[in-house]
Design a protein. Structure first.
Length: 271
């Protein structure tokens, strides 16, 4: 009788131990939910990594519309601060294109020319690059599409001439970035026949869009750039904080190789 009771007790203890192990097992083997990481939220992207990441998209847009890939990449570098700007990070908006009455997608508010200006939100950087090409298909930029698609100097100066940017240094900034990072290697020549075919296609699209264009609804105002004179005790960090930029953005805007500043130097402090 005693052995029977002991046997039953041992069996119960064994079952309890087995049950305990089964309950503990999921905690030790179940995978924890992985943190969702979006590459667009990397805040320390360098110019070279930005170029490597988006060069294929820029080349694709060039082959479709004739905008030099070097120009698109240089504008992206300049206007998104290597992809580190809040608009690029939070909205995949690499070119600062604002909302208009025709925009049906998501939006984000950021202080710009006015408080709480409305900017477009894209589902991916690719969509932002494509919309940038579409934005340039306007009457005032039409003459640019008659240039060779590897004429980045002509495009840089033409953008300023067409009113894309108000600062006279804008073409020099683009050309400087293109030369510094060798972006012209992504540009491609086209045969006379290919050029005529592309021009006819794009210019027809621009002509179709003209009735829909509104003077007060252009989606993106000209790029206005402010100039700041370096004063004693100024540092790139202090200047960047004053104007809401990052140090990297200031270096890109002014083509600086390091953080050294000269008293009285003029810096671009706004894109």
């Amino acid at each position: 009788m005693r052995f029977t009771f002991l046997g039953i007790l041992i069996l119960i203890l064994a079952l309890m131990s087995c049950s305990s192990r089964k309950q503990a097992l999921p905690n030790s083997t179940t995978r924890k939910p992985e943190k969702t990481i979006d590459n667009s939220f990397v805040r320390n992207s360098s110019a070279t990594s930005y170029i490597e990441k988006y060069k294929t998209i820029a080349v694709s847009e060039m082959n479709t519309y004739g905008i030099p890939a070097s120009i698109t990449l240089a504008q992206g570098l300049l206007e998104s601060g290597n992809g580190n700007s809040s608009l690029a990070v939070e909205a995949n908006n690499h070119f600062g294109i604002k909302c208009n009455s025709d925009w049906k997608g998501k939006t984000i508010l950021r202080d710009d020319d006015q408080k709480d200006d409305c900017f477009r939100v894209y589902s991916s950087p690719e969509d932002s690059f494509h919309d940038h090409s579409e934005f340039l298909k306007r009457k005032r930029y039409a003459f640019l599409f008659e240039l060779d698609k590897n004429d980045y100097v002509g495009w840089a100066n033409g953008l300023k001439q067409a009113g894309y940017a108000t600062n006279p240094k804008y073409p020099d900034l683009l050309i400087s970035l293109i030369d510094r990072y060798g972006l012209s290697k992504y540009d491609r020549k086209e045969s006379p026949t290919e050029k005529i075919k592309r021009e006819d296609k794009v210019l027809d699209q621009i002509t179709t869009n003209i009735p829909e264009e509104k003077k007060d609804d252009v989606g993106k105002p000209p790029v206005a750039m402010k100039i700041y004179e370096v004063k004693k005790s100024d540092t790139l960090y202090s200047i960047s904080k004053r104007f809401g930029l990052t140090v990297d953005e200031l270096k890109i805007l002014n083509n600086l190789q390091n953080t050294d500043l000269k008293l009285g130097a003029l810096l671009l402090v706004s894109k």
